[in-house]
Design a binder for this molecule. Structure first.
Ligand code: NAI
Ligand SMILES: O=C(O)C1=N[C@H](C(=O)O)C[C@H](O)C1
Length: 252
């Protein structure tokens, strides 16, 4: 029996970037997907709509991603977004655009690594059992933003789980003698960002309570680690209208 389905036509935004290049390779290698547009800085975004893209994959920068998304939704094109920088206000703007285009799907994931998705789920589950928790994220030095989207998302999920369980503030008597020594704070959770050559993308979530600690660590050693998640999102997004945050719902 032959599969008569047409391949999904995919355009990649940020196509010459570290992630974009990898996504182009992965899409090109997938028999059920067709790479119809590769757009980077200086190219016209409407190349992607002219090429009949049904799904756009965005790995660009936080300062351009909102314009790309607005254009795509306006054109009725589904979007898979890996670019960082999404605040609640930004997500509300996306929801507003989508309310005028009910058939369009947008998936925004802070991390497409399956192991990273599980790391966030495990951290959320562990959150209520420990007095203390801090996050250490480590990335390559060409990364533009800090803290990482993954660390911010993990911190928010931990904070929500702690609040739902009625956990109080974490014990911490330290007074900083140098600003920044204790990292940044997201919803009460400390986040530390390390940048060093040789790293790709890594995160540790360190929990502590009386007499024990638990460390949950994830390492992306190569950007191929993100591709199964990206391809899963591309294949799913046309049947998921509206806004989906994270890959979790696609893995259930
Ligand atoms: N969600 C996830 O799993 C992952 C997310 N990321 C995020 O993806 C983003 C990109 O990361 P990298 O590929 O490492 O960065 P990069 O700097 O290598 O690539 C970004 C690309 O976007 C291009 N670009 C800039 N403005 C553009 C525009 N208006 N239209 C089209 N292209 C444009 C740049 O020229 C560059 O080629 C970052 O926000 C990063 O944090 C990175 C890895 C995994
Ligand atoms: O810029 C990167 O490299 C990565 N960005 C994402 C983030 O900020 O969380 C995902 C992953 O950590 C790699």
């Amino acid at each position: 029996m032959t599969d008569e389905r047409e391949p999904i036509r995919v355009g990649v935004l940020g196509a010459r970037g570290r992630m974009g290049l990898e996504v182009c390779k992965a899409v090109d290698a997938a028999e059920d997907l067709e790479l119809v547009a590769m757009v980077d800085q200086g190219d016209w975004l409407f190349n992607a709509s002219d090429a009949g893209a049904q799904v756009l994959v965005d790995f660009t920068t936080p300062d351009v991603v909102m314009d790309n998304l607005h254009y795509a939704v306006d054109q009725g094109i589904n979007v898979v977004v890996g670019t960082t920088g999404f605040t609640e206000q930004r997500l509300d703007r996306v929801r507003g655009w989508l309310s005028h285009k009910p058939g369009v799907g947008v998936l925004i994931a802070p991390n497409f690594g399956i192991g990273a998705v599980l790391m966030m789920q495990f951290a959320e589950r562990a959150a209520r059992f420990f007095e203390s928790v801090e996050i250490v994220e480590q990335h390559h030095p060409r990364k533009l933003d800090a803290p990482s989207g993954t660390a911010s998302h993990t911190a928010r999920r931990i904070a929500e789980a702690r609040a739902a369980a009625g956990c109080g503030p974490m014990p911490d008597a330290t007074k900083e003698s140098l600003a920044g020594a204790r990292g940044a704070e997201i919803d009460g959770v400390r986040v530390h960002a390390v940048r060093a050559s040789g790293l790709v993308a890594h995160q540790e979530v360190l929990f502590g309570t009386e007499g024990e600690t638990l460390t949950i660590r994830h390492d992306s050693l190569d950007r191929v680690s993100f591709m199964p998640g990206v391809l899963l999102a591309v294949r799913s997004i046309m049947s998921r209208p509206g806004l989906t945050i994270g890959l979790d719902a696609l893995l259930d």
